[in-house]
Design a protein around this ligand. Structure first.
Ligand code: SF4
Ligand code: SF4
Length: 403
């Protein structure tokens, strides 16, 4: 049958691959298995076979594509500049359109997670289980991942609807996010404080919704488009659209694929680490005196590989007085990868264990990570003696401590 959606991997995307194999050593799933079909080149070959009518979008194709983390570590090393992440989203949209059995995930990423009401109810239930120390009641397959959720009791209020700040440096509209707004509120609260201190007017529009990254990565194209179109209205008129989760900022930067006129948001999208790092470099936020000791850093794939943002989180931590300890110069995926812990639990756990070992070898218990999924994976695979937070939280803590 070939392709049936307008999002399918295009000929120019697939033909850009020159089959050189330079991407194989950086691909976590190839390194786990050694299988060509678990490599970027193999997956692009499988997409090309569908395009040429040699194979179908069937369970075998879905197995090859679904084992991919979507980490995009293959993109920076690719001499053909294959837009692998875009082609992957297209292949997943085809799987959803042609392979039956995706209904439960469609409800999860298209309706449950973006619903403030339903996610709020679920979060309050989880907060209660945490408080009563009853998280052991959570089904076994989710228990380890959920153990990485921050304590929810003291997370404070949502920043949704907030508007404040002088505006001397411009206007920022902040994406609160879905999971980020419920489970990682202190990161959003920190972003608002720092950006206002830097002289921005910060608005967190009520009319926004989930960015749609989870839906897009899962091939739920209708949901991804619906969410992007709602956000287009909410974020109109900003100088910058800032997100505090690396996965969200990477997705906003690709909105031209998901909404008519989406470049109006993608052209202004910025991860909060970039916004804060620039504010420090421009003297709008201070570089702090004093030595606050070592801190280990973990690079989220959607920051390091998808957006090529590497220096900025290190700059923020250095400006706060920390000595940054590298844990993984190759930036290998931690295995969180959206819903990967549900779809490929063994590979996710293996990669999480490897990432935790890298952090342990760094010999420090303070860890900086700029993405909620990575933070949860690190917390779930490290013991409670480790303190994992967003780089901007470490910066604000140092700022407050310095008076
Ligand atoms: S590095 Fe790029 S061009 Fe080379 S095999 Fe991988 S995807 Fe193809
Ligand atoms: S996105 Fe990550 S897991 Fe998927 S092919 Fe590229 S490097 Fe491998």
């Amino acid at each position: 049958m070939g392709w049936v959606t307008d999002l399918h991997p295009t000929g120019s995307e697939l033909d850009a691959c020159v089959q050189c194999g330079l991407c194989l050593p950086v691909c976590p799933t190839f390194r786990l298995t050694g299988r060509e079909t678990a490599s970027p080149r193999g997956r692009l070959h499988a997409m090309s076979a569908v395009r040429e009518g040699v194979s179908e979008v069937d369970d075998t194709f879905a197995g090859i594509i679904d084992f991919c983390l979507g980490c995009r570590a293959c993109e920076p090393v690719c001499p053909g500049m294959v837009p692998y992440g875009r082609a992957l989203e297209g292949a997943r949209a085809e799987i959803v359109a042609q392979v039956p059995g995706r209904r439960r995930r469609k409800i999860l990423v298209g309706s449950l997670i973006p619903s403030r009401l339903l996610l709020g109810v679920g979060t309050r239930a989880l907060a209660m289980l945490q408080k009563l120390r009853l998280t052991g009641l959570i089904p076994r397959r989710f228990r380890r991942t959920v153990s990485g959720v921050r304590p929810l009791a003291d997370r404070g209020g949502s920043v949704l609807g907030h508007a404040g700040g002088s505006g001397e440096a411009g206007t920022v509209k902040l994406l609160a996010g879905c999971i980020q707004d419920e489970w990682f509120r202190p990161v959003n609260q920190t972003a608002v404080r720092l950006l206002e201190m830097a002289g921005y007017r910060v608005e967190v529009p009520e009319g926004q919704t989930c960015c749609g990254a989870l839906a897009a990565h899962d091939g739920q194209a209708d949901a991804a488009r619906r969410l992007a179109e709602q956000n287009m209205g909410a974020f109109a008129g900003a100088d910058r659209v800032v997100a505090t989760a690396a996965g969200c900022s990477a997705h906003l930067a690709g909105y031209e694929h998901w909404a008519p006129g989406g470049v109006a948001v993608s052209g202004k999208a910025m991860d909060v680490t970039v916004a804060v790092s620039r504010a420090i470099a421009d003297g709008l936020l201070p570089t702090l005196e004093g030595d606050r000791g070592p801190i280990a850093i973990q690079d989220p794939c959607h920051l390091r590989h998808a957006q090529r943002v590497i220096a900025e989180p290190r700059h923020i931590l250095s400006a706060a007085g920390y000595t940054v300890i590298e844990t993984d110069p190759a930036g290998m995926c931690c295995g969180a990868a959206g819903l990967y812990f549900m779809t490929n639990p063994e590979a996710s756990a293996e990669l999480g264990d490897r990432k935790a070992d890298q952090v342990r070898r760094a010999g420090v218990t303070r860890v900086a990570s700029a993405n909620p999924g990575c933070e949860m994976q690190l917390r779930a695979h490290l013991d409670s003696g480790y303190d994992v937070r967003h780089p901007i939280e470490w910066y604000l803590q140092a700022l407050e401590g310095s008076g």
